[in-house]
Write a protein that binds this ligand. Structure first.
Ligand SMILES: Cc1cc2nc3c(=O)[nH]c(=O)nc-3n(C[C@H](O)[C@H](O)[C@H](O)COP(=O)(O)OP(=O)(O)OC[C@H]3O[C@@H](n4cnc5c(N)ncnc54)[C@H](O)[C@@H]3O)c2cc1C
Length: 442
């Protein structure tokens, strides 16, 4: 690693985006809430509007409408081309079960019974292999791995089955915030007004800009490549993470003789891998996987994601609550991103349902403050852990490599420590909204 590279790892490029006033959206104090019937070019009024139909937004919309909160979802028809998969921990699965979306996922999801971390750095300070077994904490599985397109299709089907959920199938063009409500305007001139807007519109969120919420971004010298693989040997429900000096190479079981792969590596190496012809690439992936899955054949299609962290200073303000990647982007290491996003969705849904039951305003400053307080620690802790793990791999600074090795050694040797970490991973103590405990909101 060159000297300059090390500097960019320890003092990363930081971009700060300040939205002290409004960004792309429009803040218009004192704006009135309109009560109208929705039609093309017309307006509607609901209690909560969810902007964005990714997995986080769909989960929030289904949870809210399913619990009787008048809700609108502003989301273009999905037609997902995402080839990624998501490892969902059991608390996320409990939430999807509670909102009636898991049944349709079950046949496509593969259980994750064992997680292995293997040091493939070839360095002097090599950590021992650490193995986490769900059975060790009395669970059948840590969670399930599912293709994003199956997850989104199941949530879409559930959303369509809820007559109380109004669907506006277009992107939001503008977000106008007033004292009593927030109005989402679509390109065709129609609009929906609500007490609370749930911004689930991904990393370039216009809801976040309109609410004046600042972001801070730092980038890593890494790209995550995603492939889905067919292989000749069974995976035995084991996910294996090979830690290399460029980042983790993670194999996660899918149904049958299939697995998903997230290969985090240097950008130039990612480009090289993508330029290889399929047979050469398969051979290279098999070599990197130490042939534990036998012969490998990558299915057509791949993803490439530059690695970054994007933080928000607040998760909610000015009648907008951010969820999922609108609120936080973290590297795909340790399967944290959407599990956090689903906890956001479950938390804001619970607060909005309670506000409605109490006859209170779902978008009030009080509700938004509670949401920010309930989500901040969980998001900050997971972001810091993923960041630290990633940096400890990238660094060529011997003491840090040593600390990482000792940490993994202790995890391997000390059962109670390992079990505490497993329990926290599956069911975080600081973030237990009702849906994550499998309890319905209605
Ligand atoms: C390689 C990789 C592997 C990952 N693996 C895992 C894993 O195993 N486990 C895990 O928990 N997480 C994982 N993640 C993270 C996870 O994929 C993300 O957290 C998740 O996809 C984010 O979902 P979201 O709904 O917040 O955002 P998105 O999926 O980005 O959805 C946002 C939606 O909003 C829409 N939108 C944008 N602007 C507007 C607008 N103006 N109006 C209306 N709609 C709009 C977009 O079209 C999109 O549909 C991984 C990420 C990567 C990159």
């Amino acid at each position: 690693m060159k000297e300059g590279d090390r500097a960019s790892i320890w003092w990363p490029v930081v971009e700060t985006k300040t939205n002290a006033t409004a960004g792309r959206g429009v803040v218009r104090p004192g704006h009135e809430v309109h009560i109208m019937t929705l039609s093309d070019g017309g307006s509607a009024s609901v209690e909560v509007v969810v902007v964005g139909g990714g997995p986080a937004g769909l989960t929030a919309a289904v949870a809210l409408a399913g619990a009787g909160v008048p809700t609108a979802l502003v989301a273009a028809q999905s037609g997902v081309r995402d080839n990624r998969t998501t490892a969902l921990f059991s608390s996320s699965v409990a939430a999807l079960e509670a909102i009636g979306a898991w049944e349709a996922c079950r046949a496509d999801a593969a259980p994750l019974k064992t997680l292995r971390i293997v040091d493939d750095t070839g360095r002097l300070w090599r950590a021992p292999e650490v193995r986490f077994d769900a059975a060790e904490i009395g669970l059948e599985t840590f969670g399930w791995n599912i293709e994003n397109r199956s997850l989104v299709a199941a949530l879409e089907a559930r959303a369509q089955a809820l007559p109380s959920l109004q669907r506006l199938t277009a992107d939001a063009a503008a977000v106008e915030i007033g004292e009593d409500g927030v109005t989402i305007r679509l390109a065709d001139g129609s609009a929906v007004t609500a007490r609370l807007a749930v911004g689930a519109d991904g990393r370039r969120s216009i809801c976040r800009d309109a609410a004046g919420i600042d972001t801070q971004t730092w980038r890593y010298p890494q790209t995550a490549l995603t492939f889905n693989l067919k292989h000749s040997r069974p995976h035995y429900d084991i996910s294996t993470e090979f830690h290399s000096t460029k980042g983790p190479f993670t194999l996660v079981p899918l149904r049958g003789l299939r697995s998903s792969l997230v290969c985090v590596t240097a950008p130039e190496e990612a480009t090289r891998l993508l330029q290889l012809d399929p047979a050469e690439r398969n051979a290279e992936l098999e070599r990197r996987s130490h042939s534990i899955l036998g012969r490998i054949e990558a299915e057509p299609g791949h993803g490439a994601f530059p690695l970054a962290v994007k933080n928000t200073r607040r998760m909610a303000a000015n009648r907008v609550a951010l969820i999922g990647e609108a609120a936080h982007v973290i590297p795909p290491i340790g399967a944290q991103g959407l599990n956090l996003g689903l906890r956001d969705a479950a938390t804001i849904a619970e607060l909005a349902v309670k506000a409605r039951r109490d006859g209170a305003d779902a978008g009030s400053g009080e509700v938004l403050k509670s949401y920010d307080r309930l989500r901040r620690i969980d998001v900050a802790a997971r972001t810091a852990a993923v960041d630290l793990l990633n940096r400890s791999l990238l660094t060529d600074f011997l003491p840090v490599q040593g600390i990482r090795g000792v940490g993994l050694y202790l995890l391997e040797r000390i059962g109670p420590l390992r079990r505490a970490l497993m329990r926290e991973g599956v069911d975080p103590v600081a973030a237990r909204p009702r849906l994550m405990r499998g309890e319905a909101l209605a």
